[in-house]
Design a protein around this ligand. Structure first.
Ligand SMILES: *Cc1c(COP(=O)(O)O)cnc(C)c1O
Length: 399
């Protein structure tokens, strides 16, 4: 997945453009910038790539999730349904707005289970946030149907799924709003950065204003702009956008390498009958940022994970014991540890989190191994890696 593995002259040139004229701010300073609008240029590239009418760059993927929710009017006391397997940012972004994260089980897609979502809906539910983890997707037709039936927003966190598609459409473009991250380890990186995409003009204008202190961006005199509502600073800088602009031009190449490496590993592991793969919904194409496979049980998965470590196979994880990505070890959140007081309404909404039964999620996450697909591997590297992985798994299964 990581675009940081492949840096070069293109990134340097784009950054130098910005340094040469000294305008590090994405808005204004028209006279000084010699025609360089890196954030604007990146937004227009992303409109094409994500087949979306509107793109708003922001300072991170976490910011993108908060801005997307805020732009659609999600706030204090609203419930947002999210999966147990995600990145902790989903939880944080909802909490930041005073809304209530409602965690529900995943299924064998490693994404939201549509039936579990339906059961979790209450009169307070405002949005379903689907997280397209590890380059693939949840059953989007089913989730769309649930969100339509209950008149809920469908927000897509596609931070890990750049390049994946569903029925030919880019992941991230299926919901009412989509979110992307360009942090240091994502498929393309700005260093830090993110984007909100939408076809809804009102949501877009809200995102544009909200992410820059409520500035309306009318005219080119910041001092004279009006501020229709309360905002915040979630801006991206021109320096970060410049790096992203170079990276986005290389995206087709990145995705091609990713796919080649993924297929070599998947083909090799397919020969082991005990190994199964995550379900990719019909009509879906993975981005191939990660290869996810299941072993028969938690014990075997734990042993395989250990064997990988011992045999020098890096970048593979069993998320069952991970404290960033999976609810089981989110003790600081279950205990509601916060620097500042949390409202009683949110506290009450989170009460059940501590003792809620997530055994259905455990069933998938416990048996899963998730391997990052690197771009810097040569074909030779991947083939050697595949051999070592197969040997390690077979050795564990024999015992
Ligand atoms: C990386 C990531 C984020 C947050 O992105 P940042 O740019 O690091 O803030 C949110 N959701 C998922 C699924 C991610 O992988």
């Amino acid at each position: 997945m990581p675009g940081f593995e492949l840096f070069g002259d293109l990134e340097r040139k784009e950054v130098n453009d910005v340094l040469d004229n000294g305008v590090l701010m994405r808005y204004g300073f028209d006279g000084m910038r010699n025609g360089h609008w890196k954030a604007k240029a990146l937004e227009s590239e992303l409109q094409n790539i994500f087949q979306s009418k509107h793109v708003q760059l922001v300072s991170s993927g976490t910011a993108a999730v908060s801005v997307a929710l805020a732009s659609a009017g999600v706030g204090a006391g609203d419930e947002v349904i999210m999966p147990t397997f995600t990145f902790v940012a989903s939880f944080e972004a909802i909490m930041m707005l005073g809304a209530i994260p409602v965690l529900v089980d995943i299924d064998d897609t490693l994404g939201l289970n549509p039936e579990a979502v339906e059961k979790a809906i209450t009169p307070k539910t405002k949005a379903i946030m689907v997280v397209q983890m590890c380059g693939s997707m949840a059953d989007m037709d089913a989730l769309q149907a649930v969100s339509n039936a209950h008149n809920l927003l469908l927000i897509e966190d596609a931070c890990q799924a750049i390049g994946g598609t569903y029925n030919g459409k880019p992941l991230g473009s299926l919901g009412d709003l989509g979110c992307f991250s360009f942090d240091f380890v994502k498929t393309i990186t700005c260093g830090e950065g993110g984007a909100v995409i939408t076809n809804n003009k009102d949501y877009y204008l809200n995102a544009d204003h909200y992410s820059d202190h409520g500035h309306d961006h009318v005219g080119n005199d910041r001092g004279a702009e009006t501020h229709p509502f309360l905002g915040y600073n979630f801006r991206i800088s021109e320096l970060h956008a410049a790096v992203g602009l170079a990276q986005v031009k290389r995206l087709p190449n990145f995705l091609e390498i990713q796919k080649r490496n993924f297929n070599i590993l998947k083909d090799a592991l397919s020969e082991i009958p005990e190994v199964t793969f995550r379900t990719v919904p019909e009509g879906g194409e993975e981005s191939c940022a990660f290869l996810n496979f299941f072993l028969p049980d938690l014990e075997t998965a734990t042993k395989v994970s250990q064997a990988f470590n011992e045999n020098g196979i890096d970048a593979c994880w069993n998320y069952y014991n991970n404290s960033w990505h999976y609810i089981r070890k989110w003790n600081h959140l279950k205990d509601l540890k916060s620097l500042y007081p949390i409202s009683n309404e949110v506290k009450k909404g989170l009460e059940s989190l501590k003792n809620k039964d997530f055994s259905k999620s455990d069933h998938f996450i416990g048996r899963n191994i998730s391997c990052l697909i690197k771009l810097s591997w040569t074909e030779e590297d991947v083939k050697n890696r595949a051999l070592k992985m197969v040997e390690s798994i077979k050795a564990v299964l024999k015992h």
